[in-house]
Write a protein that binds this ligand. Structure first.
Ligand code: NAI
Length: 708
């Protein structure tokens, strides 16, 4: 079956791309061959003076290259060739004597945008699904089909690097401002406008585009001295953001630089060379695995397929309009557009929560991600009260009140009294077992945990926690709702700390031990940011709140005994009413809400004197405490699969993606090496480092978490 069909409209050949049997268009090798043959035929077709390329998919122009093809690559040569062939196809589009117009509706990403860039004119719809971008660096790759050459030539070096090095995609309005597209139109007239534009180009010749960016653009983008500044700035920014762990952005920068300074031919050569090197490299392999894992999770409802029926959630009730309640409300309204009612114990608190949720919407308005009418419509979905009025219509109630078992049980009882029998009750507890909260529930099959992370709007993970009594329908409904909220959802077991806080706990405790030994705070944090975490464990404690962290630490200690015993540092901090960022006093100082360096008065408070420490050993202690607990929890089936475990660690804690997650890391090191290191640590620092039984077993039979 053919991916392209053609049709002649008044001398314009309309090519419709509709890859058979796929939800989105991908530029597979077969598609490229077909497109090239089509271009050759068109050259001879005297009835067509111009061409329009449009998609036959409902909300997708071209999603990009076929990532499966990347994973099949076994050598650098083969990867380089793939990139080179892509460049050739795209060049044939550009050198077509008949003008080609790209009519873009829906995602136009990666190779899709590279193809569109080679067209002679681009028209995009104003629909929110229309997104243009080069996300290759997010897979550890670079745009390898001419994107590093054509984008900077079209929109200038600065704007192009901004898109390529972050992998961020842009909506149509912004794309128009950047000069990335020539016109933006409503979807209903895309095709007509594109045909008319193609006809116009055939008659009047190609458009002349003026450079964007005014005087600064003139100097920075169009002189080589100016561009040198741009490259230097971009490089610095990349290194700051990636800590040097991700080679792709730097390689993309180089491909852009070579192209602009030495010409397109040299640029293309550098581009396919670097693509080949990166595609078979370890970082890209890891990032591609994560991409596949998250894609698979999007189709995973947490129950065997067909075993449960999801319910529609039209109305959401939230009890507790504090920090988390408000964050959940704002995120639900923004992403699911669901009618949301907030309840708290008095109207002042309700008002505060509503305002915080509304601020999230207003933020989007300010950034022009929402129009004013859209903002008003969404804002009207938020309401609140100090009683349960309206809850009788809720399909799902999420509870985010204080972390206290009795309070949570009481709220559950109050809610059950007022809602329909089929309403689902989800608790956002971070430590209390769901089955304890549900112990006196009238309908325990409708109760489960939905553990969001803070801040809700930015943290991509959601843990869904069924108790043994939760029904499959309830699970699938919660999973799907979380997904609609934009979260990657893992279903985890009802054990203390669930998955994420379970593996975080020994890690934060180890930071406490290090603090009590007088290891300087900045040494502790720097070893972990250089390992690849976005923040170090001490800074993280400040973010979580030392009161919250202590409480959670005690729960974990009670559940798992000696190996999870906190070091006592937090107690001393709390004794001096240091709560972390939230009251502006923690391990760090805060000025106007901004972190302002380590607070040295902490050391006497802890009764220590900061002393030199071996950063390597500090890092090993922190990392291995987490790896060891991950192995134990995994063997207790806290997670369903290594995939869920690693995704949870990466999205919930910020475990460095280029390392693939804690279990992937154990595989890479080899269980026996991990065991050996743990034995050393156990000798020096005690029983908490005793290797997990699961690791010993794995090392005995040379086992792995993932197939080799
Ligand atoms: P918060 O203190 O900001 O908000 C709690 C809200 O619940 C307050 O507005 C309070 O007035 C209200 N409330 C208390 N009892 C109530 C009752 N009986 N009826 C109605 N409202 C009541 O606390 P936060 O941080 O939002 O935490 C809420 C829950 O979310 C806790 O279970 C916590 O463990 C969990 N959680 C917190 C995270 C965080 O980082 N802060 C992360 C993940 C979960």
């Amino acid at each position: 079956m053919s991916a392209f069909s053609t049709q002649n409209e008044n001398g314009v050949c309309l090519i419709t791309f509709d890859l058979p049997g796929e939800p989105v268009n991908k530029l597979t090798a077969a598609v490229r061959v077909e497109l090239e043959a089509l271009l050759i035929r068109l050259k001879e077709d005297s009835a067509a003076r111009a061409v329009v390329l449009i998609s036959g998919k409902p909300d997708n122009f071209i999603a990009g290259a076929d990532i499966e093809e990347f994973t099949a690559l076994t050598s650098q040569d083969a990867a380089e060739r793939l990139s080179f062939e892509g460049q050739e196809t795209v060049s044939r589009v550009e050198t077509s004597h008949k003008p080609i117009v790209a009519a873009i509706h829906g995602a136009c990403l990666g190779g899709g945008l590279e193809l569109a860039l080679a067209c002679h004119y681009r028209i995009a719809t104003d629909h929110p699904k229309t997104q243009l971008g080069l996300p290759e660096v997010q897979l550890g790759l670079i745009p390898g089909a001419g994107g590093c050459q054509r984008l900077p030539r079209l929109i200038g070096a600065r704007a192009a690097l901004d898109m390529i090095l972050t992998g961020r995609s842009e909506r149509a309005a912004k794309a128009l401002r950047l000069g990335l597209v020539d016109e933006v139109v409503p979807r209903s007239i895309l095709r007509q406008v594109a045909v008319a534009a193609a006809d116009r180009l055939a008659r009047n010749g190609l458009p002349r585009r003026s450079g964007k960016g005014g005087m600064a653009g003139m100097i920075l983008d169009r002189t080589s001295a100016g561009r040198r500044l741009v490259y230097r700035g971009a490089r610095k920014q990349v290194l700051q953001k990636t800590g040097g762990h991700y080679p792709a952005p730097l390689a993309a920068l180089e491909a852009v630089r070579v192209g602009l300074e030495q010409g397109v031919t040299a640029g293309l050569a550098e581009e396919h060379r670097a693509f080949g090197e990166l595609a078979v490299g370890d970082v890209s392999r890891k990032l591609v695995q994560i991409f596949f894992a998250t894609t698979a999770l999007k189709k995973d409802d947490g129950v065997p397929p067909g075993s449960a029926t999801p319910r529609q959630i039209r109305r959401l009730g939230i009890v507790g309009s504090g920090f988390m309640g408000a964050g959940i409300a704002g995120t639900a309204v923004l992403n699911v557009e669901v009618d949301t009612r907030l309840k708290d114990s008095d109207l002042t608190r309700v008002g505060k929560g509503l305002k915080a949720a509304d601020r999230m919407l207003a933020e989007r308005l300010k950034k022009r991600r929402l129009t004013r009418p859209q903002y008003q419509r969404l804002s009207a979905l938020l309401s609140g009260s100090a009683d349960f009025s309206g809850f009788n219509r809720a399909d799902l109630v999420i509870e985010a009140v204080f972390e206290d078992l009795d309070t949570k049980r009481k709220v559950l009882a109050e809610v059950e009294e007022r809602v329909r029998p089929d309403t689902i009750f989800a608790t956002n507890t971070s430590t209390i077992p769901i089955r304890h909260i549900a112990e006196y529930a009238r309908r325990p099959e409708r109760v489960l945990g939905m553990h969001f992370f803070s801040p809700v709007e930015r943290m991509p993970l959601l843990e869904v926690i069924p108790s043994p009594a939760t029904s499959p329908d309830t699970i699938v409904t919660a999973v799907r709702f979380g997904r609609r909220m934009g979260k990657t959802v893992i279903v985890v077991a009802d054990r203390p700390g669930f998955w994420v806080n379970r593996i975080l706990s020994p890690y934060l405790n180890e930071a406490g031990h290090l603090l009590q030994e007088g290891v300087p705070i900045d040494v502790i944090d720097r070893t972990m940011t250089s390992f690849g975490f976005p923040v170090g464990p001490v800074a993280l404690l400040d973010e979580i709140g030392l009161d919250v962290a202590e409480k959670a630490g005690n729960v974990m200690h009670a559940a798992f005994g000696e190996r999870m015993k906190p070091a006592g540092a937090l107690g001393r901090m709390l004794g001096a009413t240091r709560l972390g960022r939230k009251n502006g006093r923690g391990f760090y100082q805060y000025r106007q809400g901004h972190k302002a360096g380590v607070d040295k008065s902490v050391y006497p408070l802890l009764g220590v004197r900061p002393a030199e420490a071996d950063p390597q050993l500090v890092q090993r202690r922190l990392v291995y405490s987490m790896l060891n607990e991950a192995a134990t929890a995994c063997s207790e089936n806290v997670v369903r699969s290594p995939r869920d475990a690693d995704i949870g660690a990466i999205f919930g804690i910020g475990f460095p993606a280029f390392r693939g997650g804690p279990l992937r890391m154990i595989d890479d090191l080899g269980a026996s090496r991990v065991v050996e290191t743990l034995y050393h640590l156990q000798e020096q620092f005690g029983e908490r480092f005793r290797p997990a039984a699961a690791l010993l077993e794995m090392s005995r039979r040379s086992g792995r978490y993932y197939p080799a």
